[in-house]
Design a protein around this ligand. Structure first.
Ligand code: PEP
Length: 253
């Protein structure tokens, strides 16, 4: 059985001191969580201090993005060695906000996934369609291209270490959530693409999160779906109680 993974993406929210406080609140809230993997992704600036707070707890650190180069003249970026040193276990790659606002492409996603895996860190690879693409009948083509692009020239053994996050762009931060059935149907399709590339064992083992306005009130229905193995959470991850509400829904399965 695939272990649920609930990851909080804090995006560009919280100062360092606020991040430390939120991390402490989450550590306290989830201390009895046994089955679900709990991950938080603060800003770069707060990551090292948050890492200290969660050390030795059941909360793991993710970083919101990296550059694929090892070092050098890339103003504003951080390398995989920098995040490895502070103990990051996951790196979020290809978030739709990166794709939309910062020129992320399937090629740069692939470079980042390779660099992350080389460092022994697990990528959380985000994919998702816009509303126009869905309404225009391009859903499957878009997702298939994103999945195949992300995994280009990556071995089955390495692919098995990755998490996918299906995040319909129209549901991110909008309060509009995909229906349980929409999310299930789409994630089953995503798994079928993984199967086409790597075969049954990798596809069945791969965890696919849903992301897009997941909240305590809708999490149980989404997490009930066969192909939904957790959530990548934005807004609801910014408070320990709402984040915990989603984790509780996973724990109750
Ligand atoms: C996200 O940014 O990955 C996300 C799912 O955001 P929200 O939960 O706020 O829709």
């Amino acid at each position: 059985m695939r272990q649920y993974i609930i990851a909080g993406n804090w995006k560009m929210n919280k100062t360092v001191s606020e991040s430390v406080q939120l991390a402490k609140d989450i550590v306290e809230a989830v201390k009895d969580v046994k089955k679900t993997e709990v991950v938080i992704a603060p800003t770069y600036l707060a990551a090292a201090k948050v890492a200290d707070v969660i050390k030795g707890t059941n909360v793991k650190l993710a970083i919101q993005d990296i550059h694929w180069k090892d070092q050098g003249a890339f103003t504003g970026k951080v390398s995989v060695d920098m995040v490895k040193e502070i103990g990051a276990e996951y790196i979020i790659i290809g978030h739709s906000e990166q794709r939309q606002y910062f020129h992320e492409t399937d090629e740069t996603v692939n470079l980042k996934v390779k660099k992350t895996l080389e460092a022994g860190i697990k990528p959380i690879i985000c994919i998702g369609e816009t509303l126009d693409e869905r309404n225009g009948g391009k859903l499957e083509a878009v997702l298939s291209t994103q999945v195949k692009g992300a995994f280009k020239d990556i071995s089955a053994e390495d692919a098995a270490k990755c998490v996918l996050a299906y995040e319909p762009v129209w549901a991110i931060g909008t309060g509009v959530v995909a229906t349980d059935q929409q999310a299930q149907d789409t994630q089953a399709f995503v798994r079928s693409v993984v199967k086409e590339i790597y075969g049954e064992a990798v596809a069945e083992g791969m965890r696919i999160q849903y992301g897009g306005s997941m909240k305590p009130g809708n999490a149980a229905g989404l997490l009930d779906q066969k192909d939904i193995d957790g959530g990548l959470i934005g807004g609801a991850a910014l408070k320990a109680d709402t984040f915990k509400g989603i984790i509780d829904a996973a724990e109750a399965k």
